[in-house]
Design a protein around this ligand. Structure first.
Ligand code: NAD
Length: 366
């Protein structure tokens, strides 16, 4: 089989190192010749943010951060940035914080230097998301890609173990979905496999000792790779489902990914055995599902959408909305009925492996 593909690599500067944040951010502000910096960091990340910006002047600090970026909040922050003539945004926080900066950049083009404190990976993608009237809209625009990312694993030491696990599984979800997403290619698959290995190794260390510096570094390095893979491969079935769940039922982003991932993996893996085997190997298991289930079990990840607050009668609506968004290139054909079954299983936390058996027995994999 000849190797043939088109691959796009997004351009951004990446700086990585424990304890590097404040000096690296100051370097970036100088390099970009920024005069008026807007800092976006939520009230909960105030202490971390104060250490990160101690070597720069901050013209204004926007400290209201809301998950899934409500349009009204984005408009308010954009109006402030425009009125003040802000020429650089520095973010310190998780995906919600980066997401707010991206919403500003989408309409103003103001560059972003992102300092992530979770494993969500938004900082390495050109994907934006906004929520209005319980519907989340996402899109792709190179203007929202941060020009530089400063990864300092020390900033993640305070992320509670439960959030670390869910966030890391969000990273692994980027990797797994990248194996069959619309623009999956050998490069983003290679990044996804290494990302899976690194995040899983990191999470296993973090649950033993939340202050394990090597574990934190491994998880953050893997989170970056996972996001690069995702940005390049595009959104697959898993992400389309999670976007619907997050936007429609206001479910917490990372735990939702953690719950849904084994179900989508079970659903698809019979149709893509090579990808499933590679993910399994990266997780130290014989197949992807076994690897994900043992990682979830060992790290105490959430197991059902019910426990995250999704109403049972939301399943049909979620299936209807997700079905319209799932790419036609998904390796296994998706129907309203199969999606309802998958979502109901994820809602109740019933064994994901049942969906694999259906996949093999049903024979509707394309
Ligand atoms: P988040 O940013 O909402 O943070 C979750 C919680 O963790 C918050 O309460 C926050 O205060 C806390 N927190 C963050 N860092 C901490 C730290 N170091 N110590 C202690 N607490 C800390 O959650 P998230 O999962 O990082 O991001 C979710 C959002 O990001 C969603 O809106 C999602 O859609 C978006 N996202 C976008 C992309 C993309 O490519 N556009 C990728 C991934 C996620």
């Amino acid at each position: 089989m000849s190797l043939r593909f088109d691959h796009v690599t997004l351009g951004q500067r990446v700086r990585f190192g424990a304890g590097c944040a404040s000096a690296a951010v100051a370097d970036e502000v100088r390099r970009l010749d920024a005069r008026l910096v807007m800092l976006i960091a939520g009230e909960d990340e105030r202490e971390i943010a104060e250490t990160v910006v101690r070597e720069i002047d901050v013209a204004t600090w926007f400290d209201r951060v809301v998950q899934h970026v409500p349009v009204a909040l984005a408009d308010e922050a954009t109006e402030l940035a425009t009125r003040m003539g802000i020429d650089l945004i520095v973010t310190v926080g998780g995906g919600s914080t980066t997401g707010l900066a991206k919403a500003i950049a989408l309409t103003t083009g103001i560059p972003i230097v992102a300092v992530p404190t979770t494993y969500a990976g938004s900082e390495a993608t050109n994907v934006w998301g906004l929520t209005e009237a319980e519907r989340k809209t996402t899109g792709v625009d190179d203007r929202v890609l941060p020009v530089a990312v400063v990864y300092d694993p020390d900033l993640t030491l305070s992320l509670p173990v439960g959030l670390s696990v869910a966030s890391g599984l969000n990273g692994i979800a980027h990797c797994v979905d990248s194996m069959w997403a619309p623009r999956a290619d050998p490069i983003n698959r290679a990044l996804a496999i290494e990302g899976t290995r690194a995040v899983a190794a990191g999470l296993r260390a973090i649950v033993v000792d939340s202050q394990d510096a090597d574990g934190r570094a491994s998880a953050l390095y893997g989170a970056y790779l996972s996001a690069v893979a995702f940005a390049s491969a595009g959104s697959g079935m898993h992400h389309k489902i999670c976007h619907v769940l997050g936007g429609t039922f206001d479910l917490p982003h990372a735990p939702t990914h953690a719950v849904v991932l084994p179900y989508v993996t079970a659903f698809n893996s019979g149709a893509v055995p090579e990808a499933a085997a590679r993910i399994g190997e990266a997780l130290g298991a014989t197949d992807a599902l076994e690897g994900l289930e043992s990682l979830s079990r060992d790290t105490g990840a959430p197991r059902s959408l019910r426990e995250l607050g999704m109403p049972e009668d939301g399943v049909p609506l979620a299936a209807e909305l997700a079905l319209a968004a799932i790419p036609e290139s998904n390796p296994r054909t998706v129907t309203d009925e199969s999606l309802r079954r998958l979502l109901f299983a994820a809602w109740s936390g019933s064994p994901a492996r049942d969906l694999v058996e259906e996949s093999t027995a049903g024979g509707n994999a394309s």
